[in-house]
Every structure is written in C-alpha cells, then in structure tokens.
Design a protein around this ligand. Structure first.
Ligand code: FE2
Length: 357
C-alpha cells in the first residue's frame, strides 16, 4: 500500500483504504477504477489516497486505531454535538464508549508508530481534527503510563476541546485566512465558553474540563485566555496543546496545504520549553513515524522511493524501495536499508513530492 497524489492515479492502481465524506462511505477499498474519479476526488478536496499497485503490494501501513474506531468516534461526536445544539445538554454515554474503544485500540498496538492520519474532505476538518487530536493526546498519555481512568479523562477533555467553537459565531470561528484583531479576540472566547458549558453540565470530570479552558495556554505565558505560565498549566492541557497544534499543522486547510510530518515535528522541537513542554514533546515524537510506511521520499542521489518499513529508534533512516531514477523514470525496484547505506539520506518527503515514478 502507498499514498499517491490524486492527480497521479492511474489504471494499474486499486484503492487501498476507504474514502469517506462525513458519515458517508464514498468509495470502498478494493475499488479498481479509482483513476476514473480523479477529478471528483480533487473537487472534493481529497489530494491523496492510499492505493495498491505492483510497486507496493507488500508494504503495510499500520493503523494506531482501526478505521472503524476512527469513523465511529467521529460519527458519535457529530451526533453528540448535534444533540447538544438541540437540547443544550451533553449526553456522553456514546462518546465515552467510543473513547473506550479508542483507548483499547491504542493499548493493544504497543509498538505502532503513528502514520498518516485519515484522508478526509476539508469541510470535515473540525470533527476529524478533534478525533485525530485525541489519538495524539492518548498516545502521549500512554507514554506517561496513565491509568485507564486517566486516559478516559484526557480523551474526553481533548475530544471536546473546541466545543466552544460551535457556540460562537461560525462566520468568525471558521473563517479561513487572516483575522482582524477583534475577530481573533472573539475566537479566543471559545476556550472560556466551552469550559462554562462543560462545567455547568456536571458530567465531565474536572480534569477534563481544564482542557477546554487551557489548551491554548503556552509555557511562556503568551497563550490565552489567561496567559498562564508553565507551573500554572495542568498536564492534560499541556498534552492537548501539543496534539492540537501538531494535527492542525499536518492537516490540509482551505488556506494552507498540510505540512510534512518532519516540518511539523521541527516546529514542536523549536518551541519546546518555550511554548510546549519539552518532555511531553519528546514522548510524542517517539510515536510519530517521520517518514511513514507507504509515503514517497526522494533520496540524496535524486532517486524516488517508497518507505517500506521502519528501523526502530532510527526514524530518519527507514527501509525504502527505490521506484524511480532522478529523472522520474521507472527503474528496477531496489530495496535499500538506509541504516546500511549511510551515504544516502532522505532529502524530500511525502507530500512535498507530487511526481510518481
Ligand atoms: Fe481551540
């Protein structure tokens, strides 16, 4: 399995992972004529899909949670928020069940590094973002050896972290592009308004409530809403802040294309100790595949390759399958373990490459 740009879909490719639009399954994995839907997928804002072809059949892209769990969690969240809009009360039974499933998946997969997250259309960003952010937060919680109860509270607070956004004017909250100063000050209110809701509902644990209030606080006091400093911010919120920013940077938005894994991790490292808790960033990075299986990379000699497998503890040097020369022409597939060929490095990664050999 590998990830290719929608523009590069061709006759020999079979869809390898389901494509969803909201709650609807649009195209099921195994579909053989995916190239015929290039334009439709592009129009839906889907820029990449997982496919199987002769170059990648034996490459496995492990999921940290199953696709079923991810979709179920997103759908339950959509329903929970929809019910809240109508009744003004938060019914959390189903969401608690979904989080338990997510925690169970994450606990079962001991050594899986997170690969690319789900491929979804841009207008579904809000709910996909909440689910992905929760996965990332739980991975950090797992590394901290949190108990199941702690993980449940961390998960509940993280999945609801932006609840306040749906309570405020959506024209401002979901405006794509730059905001005026007044608009930005308005956006900041989503922290306090979300917190007020969950603290008055009475069924969200206090530790989880703090995440809604504090997930935009920064260690150096430059965050909002209260400008708290390092020791004043609870650990759950520090975790959610890392997960929230990482997922935002690595997601496609209408106004900005997603950053590569590498670039987003660099951002977290650069701001470790100033904006983000350095130890929590370190724990997070241990679980992210910098060059995920199935992604395309360019080697320092110009050749194109697909990442085949990871070398444990050496994330910058995976095993790769070379599929094209430096001019983009197909070549004999060659397996290269970058731990064994130290003269070669990866110079370009995943989504920066749009050519297919
Ligand atoms: Fe937020």
């Amino acid at each position: 399995m590998r990830l290719v740009s929608t523009d590069m879909l061709s006759e020999d490719m079979v869809l390898a992972k389901n494509i969803y639009c909201g709650e609807c399954l649009v195209i099921k994995s195994g579909y053989p004529n995916i190239h015929k839907y290039k334009d439709n997928l592009s129009n839906m804002g889907i820029r990449y899909v997982y496919i199987e072809d002769g170059k990648s059949t034996d490459i496995i892209v492990p999921d940290v949670i199953t696709e079923k769990t991810r979709q179920n969690c997103k759908n339950v969240l959509i329903r929970t928020i929809g019910d809240f809009r109508k009744s003004n009360s938060l019914k959390l039974v189903d969401l608690t069940g979904s989080l338990e499933q997510m925690i169970s998946d994450i606990s079962r997969n001991q050594n899986v590094q997170v690969s690319l997250m789900d491929i979804s259309v841009a207008d579904e960003y809000t709910f996909s973002h909440c689910v992905s952010t929760t996965v990332y937060a739980l991975l950090i919680g797992k590394r901290k050896n949190y108990s199941k109860r702690m993980l449940e509270m961390l998960g509940m607070g993280t999945i609801l972290h932006d609840l306040g956004k749906i309570l405020l004017d959506s024209n401002v909250m979901f405006k794509e592009g730059s905001l005026t100063k007044d608009q930005f000050n308005y956006v900041k209110l989503h922290t306090t308004s979300g917190y007020e809701v969950v603290s008055s509902c009475g069924n969200v644990p206090k530790a989880a409530q703090q995440i809604l209030l504090n997930h935009h606080e920064k260690l150096n006091g430059t965050g909002y809403p209260r400008g708290l400093k390092e020791h004043e911010i609870d650990e759950f919120s520090k975790i959610a802040a890392i997960a929230d920013v990482y997922d935002a940077l690595t997601s496609d938005r209408c106004y900005r294309k997603k950053w590569s894994t590498n670039k987003a991790l660099d951002y977290l490292i650069e701001n470790s100790g100033t904006l983000f808790d350095a130890e929590l960033v370190r724990l997070f990075m241990q679980q992210i595949a910098i060059y995920p299986n199935g992604s395309m990379v360019r080697l320092s000699d110009g050749r194109l390759a697909i990442v085949k497998d990871q070398n444990p503890n050496v994330p910058l040097r995976p095993k790769v399958r070379v599929i094209g020369d430096e001019y983009g022409n197909c070549c004999c597939y060659e397996e290269v373990d970058l731990m064994e060929v130290l003269s070669l490095t990866i110079v370009e990664s995943e989504l920066e490459i749009t050519e297919s050999a």
